[in-house]
Design a protein around this ligand. Sequence first.
Ligand code: NOJ
Length: 402
Amino acid sequence: MDNTNTNFSLPVDFKWGVSTSSYQIEGGNFNSDWYSWEKYKGYIEAGDACRSYEKYKEDIEILKRLKVNSYRFSIEWSRIEPEEGKWDLEVLNHYKDLIKSLKDNNIEPFVTLFHESLPIWVSKIGGFENKKIIKIFQRYTDFVVENLGSEVTFWITINEPFIYALMGYLSGEYPPGKRSIIKYLKVEHNLQIAHIRAYIGIKDIYKKFNWGRSRVSVAKNNVDYLPLDWISKFYIMLKRYFTNYSYLDKTRKYMDFIGLNYYFHEEDKFKLSIHNFLFKSIPNDKLEKQDVLGWDIYPQGIYNIMKQTYKRYNKDIFILENGISDTSDLNRIKYIEDHLVYIKKAIEEGIPVKGYFYWSLIDNYEWKYGFDAKFGFSYMDNNGNRIMKESGKKFADIVQSI
Ligand code: NOJ
């Protein structure tokens, strides 16, 4: 295979990984707010998803074949605390075993504590709108970290806080389906405080047990924006601030690195409309599109967001998600190679990029799109077996050749 594009050397401790989340792969998460939300909205249901709760050892076999040294997955809060204050120790043991099996295979766990799915009992008391969430989230993170932390260094407290608040409280497409700027602002604020408290809690626990260094952050989805004319520069600056920086600016002191998810490049110009500001961009017809989702493919955007983020926060950067929905599997490797060219450029320019995680290990439940968006290096067949795709095999070559 021609790897000329990706022929460069990386820091020795570079993390090559893939990412997943519990609700999207585990199956059977009926205590989650998404479980009732799918039914209420008439979305395709996650159901058994990829059966990864039961088949995690087979997932690890795929990880081994991908030659990655890291795996980002999430703990399902609704599973481990299905009722307020009641901890399911069997579930705890499941995650202990997952982490142990990863480590036995020299795969570093990157553990996300909250990835979209909330226990129903938490959503019933108002979820992230209610400031009680701060204590409840801290109690949950303390429990998980005290029990799993001796084997974990990397924690992601919250996945895509901005998207969570946007989709749940402005567009209303995700639970709880509200549309209010006031509620959105409240939730964004509570997501910031929840992270800060969890961060402090994690540091205290590691100190108390003498566990050495923990590295804690969030996975922040940042968008690469391009103003289409000079008059719109200020408008785009505001949009960029709102989407990319407002959360991180408030929490920067409590981030050991910046975790970035990159998918979107958006071109836009000024329009006096809140809807346009929040949700619209002008698709560039010349750019290739991801299938099913229609997102513009723009590899240089990964470089732009890393450069901007490094300039603003001066911290190590991990790309915690980057991926393409590609049913044919014919475009995935080119997509990855094209993005890696810009990872290389960033590293050569001195930006401390410490990891690249592809979304995703396996085709999974893509929220309101059901199972149609195929991001995986592998898929599950009708018998529950994991089948590696060609792109997965080629990715393993890339990982080994760099
Ligand atoms: C962002 C989210 O973290 C994940 O849940 C989602 O499936 C991927 N990106 C792809 O859209």
